[in-house]
Design a protein around this ligand. Structure first.
Ligand code: HEC
Ligand code: HEC
Length: 298
């Protein structure tokens, strides 16, 4: 019996050591601070109704802030799964909201650098796409955020649970966007809407198409999602080479493919449905201009 007691003790000691190690390493990782100075926009944040309306359109149809932070920007629990609880915070001035504490520069840093005012890397926030937002478009978005009526909604604090900590330590989670962004880059002051492939590329990046369908639009499994989630389709001529501009616009506006099948709403077509003709035509020119590539298996 003595050997059995010893074996059990050894296992217990190993488990305790492993647990302490996982907590120590993951806590250090989660508490890593990014010393990114808050950068002001080159333009002052507007307050006029036309700018607020442009900001509403960009925040809904393109950047989809309202998909994660909810339509009233009062925030919501974004993810509550065994590894973590992550909330997209309340951005309004209501109770439980960050609206009255965040400065304009704090919002610029959160959106473009993926870093919170306390220096922590923001999770889920797609700043790798938003780092390219022009000063004008981001200024309009901030104008829209500021113009939202206050929403009283207090959300639970984020929690990285034991399984999440294990995933973090074994490197199974993608790094936060703050770790890969070039924080010294300066996006353009303005990016005027026009039916050009350049503006289409800007739509594809800031609208998150490249985040899911990948930088070369080849599609495949979406980074960070479970392997059984629908794969993003190939948007290069290798897959949609026979589509017309009308087919493309119909897919983005109604979620219907040319063969009549419905596109899964993991593809955010209820939001792309609100894009303007100019935006969709520019996006089409860009999608048409990329070289055909095969979809990678992983
Ligand atoms: C894919 C979902 C998603 C989208 C799209 C998104 N956010 Fe977030 N956002 C989050 C989550 C989740 C957090 C909290 C992350 C954390 O605490 O680690 C966050 C945090 C923030 C913060 C930081 C608040 C703070 O100080 O802690 C701001 C500001 C913000 N978002 C603004 C925006 C704006 C403006 C847009 C649109 C341009 C946007 N977000 C789009 C999910 C999203
Ligand atoms: C959150 C991830 C995500 C984003 C963002 C996203 N897509 Fe998708 N997209 C998908 C997924 C997943 C599918 C496949 C859905 C299915 O299997 O029904 C898809 C399918 C499509 C299709 C149908 C292709 C086909 O062959 O049937 C088109 C067209 C498309 N996306 C275009 C876009 C464009 C343009 C953007 C940017 C404005 C975009 N997507 C943004 C995930 C995304």
């Amino acid at each position: 019996m003595r050997w059995l007691v010893r074996a059990v003790l050894v296992v217990i000691v190993l488990l305790v050591v492993a647990t302490v190690a996982v907590y120590a390493i993951s806590t250090a990782d989660l508490n890593r601070s990014y010393d990114i100075p808050a950068q002001a926009l080159t333009l002052s944040v507007p307050t006029d109704a036309a700018s607020v309306e442009r900001g509403r359109h960009f925040a809904t149809a393109i950047a989809k802030c309202s998909d994660c932070h909810s339509a009233d920007l009062g925030g919501k629990v974004f993810l509550d799964v065994p590894p973590f609880l992550i909330t997209a915070p309340n951005l309004t001035r209501g109770q439980g909201g960050l609206g009255s504490s965040l400065t304009d520069a704090d919002i610029v840093r959160a959106v473009r650098d993926g870093v919170a005012p306390n220096g922590h890397a923001l999770l889920i926030m797609p700043s790798s796409a938003f780092q390219y937002l022009s000063d004008e478009d981001l200024g309009d978005i901030i104008a829209f955020v500021r113009a939202r009526p206050p929403v009283d909604r207090t959300l639970p604090a984020n929690d990285v649970r034991p399984l999440g900590r294990v995933l973090l330590v074994i490197g199974a989670l993608p790094p936060p966007d703050a770790a890969t962004i070039d924080h010294s880059a300066h996006p353009p002051a303005t990016m005027p809407a026009a039916i050009t492939p350049e503006y289409g590329r800007y739509m594809a990046i800031t609208g998150g198409c490249t985040g899911c369908h990948r930088a070369n639009l080849a599609g495949g499994p979406i980074p960070g999602l479970p392997p059984d989630a629908p794969h993003a389709q190939n948007l290069t001529p290798a897959n949609i080479g026979s589509w017309t501009e009308d087919d493309f616009a119909r897919a983005l506006r109604t979620g219907k493919r040319p063969d009549g099948t419905t596109i899964n709403t993991l593809m955010p077509w209820p939001y792309t449905a609100q894009m303007t003709d100019t935006e969709i035509k520019a996006l089409w020119l860009y999608v048409r201009s990329v070289p055909p590539v095969q979809t990678p298996a992983k």
